[in-house]
Design a protein around this ligand. Structure first.
Ligand code: PLP
Length: 352
């Protein structure tokens, strides 16, 4: 029996031996006192990469996004975001609970909004009946959008409009690294259009824990207080920051392999009648796929593949997701593709 190939998520990666070695050797201090040299090094490094003044190391992307909201909104404000975005759907109602803001969702194309969908969504400020529109949140790459890369000209147009309208721009960049590698557009170029950016080290980059919020010095100073309020102040967190620094140095460029492997698996799905990967062109490491009812339910497909050593994620009654990542080799991606082709081929109809 060959080992299970786990394609459920790019969060299932385990720290490599080399990553564990730098974690074990990390210089540490009490970061709540601002004394952990490795955390400071990571924060400076990431701020520099994104061309901003400062960064804040946090345990999760959820906390990072929610700190961005809390520091840049007032209770009663409204944020504009895509219908399927992570901030609204997958953060346990954080915007309402932690910041007292409402989310106005707009149906993007694979998670991508056009500025013309936003222009009439801003509320006039001279009428005190109205909720105050305060912020625009975008997601790049877009998870539920099928790993879709936000075209940078779309971001630019939204940002120009939003800033002229006095709105704050936040980017949920949990997989910004994938967009950077797939397009060759540097982190700074993406980040320039936002007031705050959240990035994750625990997805494709393979660190066990860790995200960062990046922005102006003032924003990050206020964010540090909110992180404490949310229970995210960490002590000798340099052990974790060391893993993130290692991931930045060694695991960004290799995301191209994940993207290549995703194509291999996506091709098998495109070739299987009844499976419909989306968007029509798979762009990064995520393969979201609709399952026709005639082929079965998503759960049944997942079970069928699991029996054959391929683990995918049931993402809805007729939706599955497969992700490529650090712990899936090119050979394994080919094995997975082969298994999908064989296991999900519909039997030829019997003639009588
Ligand atoms: C994973 C993810 C996050 C953050 O998730 P955590 O599990 O809290 O680290 C945020 N946004 C997107 C799009 C994600 O995929």
């Amino acid at each position: 029996m060959t080992a299970i190939i786990d394609l459920r998520s790019d969060t299932v990666t385990k720290p490599t031996a080399a990553m564990r070695a730098v974690m074990a050797a990390a210089e540490v201090g009490d970061d709540v006192f601002g004394e952990d040299p490795t955390v400071i090094k990571l924060e400076e490094r990431v701020a520099d990469m994104l061309g901003k003044e400062a960064a804040l190391f946090v345990p999760s992307g959820t906390m990072s996004n929610q700190i961005a909201l809390r520091t840049q909104t007032q209770p009663g404000d409204e944020i504009l975001c895509d219908l399927n975005c992570h901030i609204y759907n997958y953060e346990a109602g954080g915007p309402a609970v932690l910041s007292g803001v409402t989310c106005r969702t707009i149906d993007g194309e694979y998670g991508v909004l056009d500025v013309n969908q936003l222009k009439d969504k801003i509320r006039p400020t001279d009428d005190y009946h109205l909720v105050r529109t305060r912020m625009v949140c975008l997601e790049n790459t877009h998870n539920r959008g099928g790993g879709k890369i936000y075209p940078i000209d779309k971001i630019e147009a939204i940002s120009r409009w939003a800033r002229a309208a006095g709105l704050v721009m936040h980017l949920d960049g949990a997989r910004l690294w994938n967009a950077i590698v797939a397009t060759g557009i540097l982190a700074q170029k993406w980040a320039a259009h936002f007031d705050s950016v959240s990035v994750c080290f625990s997805k494709g980059l393979g660190a066990p824990v860790g995200s960062a919020l990046i922005g102006s010095r003032d924003l990050i100073d206020r964010g540090r207080r909110i992180r404490k309020l949310f229970g995210g102040g960490m002590r000798q967190a340099g052990v974790l920051a060391a893993a993130c620094l290692y991931a930045i140095d060694h695991h960004i460029d290799r995301l191209a392999e994940d993207h290549h492997n995703a194509q291999t698996i996506a091709e098998a799905m495109f070739d299987t009648p009844g499976l419909k990967p989306y968007p029509p062109q798979i762009e990064t490491n995520l393969i979201w796929c609709r399952v026709d009812r005639e082929l079965g339910t998503a759960e049944a497909i997942t079970a069928k593949l699991e029996e054959r050593g391929i683990r995918v994620f049931t993402a809805g009654p007729q939706t599955i997701r497969a992700c490529t990542h650090l712990d899936v080799s090119a050979v394994q991606a080919e094995q997975a593709a082969e298994t999908i082709r064989k296991a999900l081929k519909r039997p030829a109809t019997v003639k009588r």
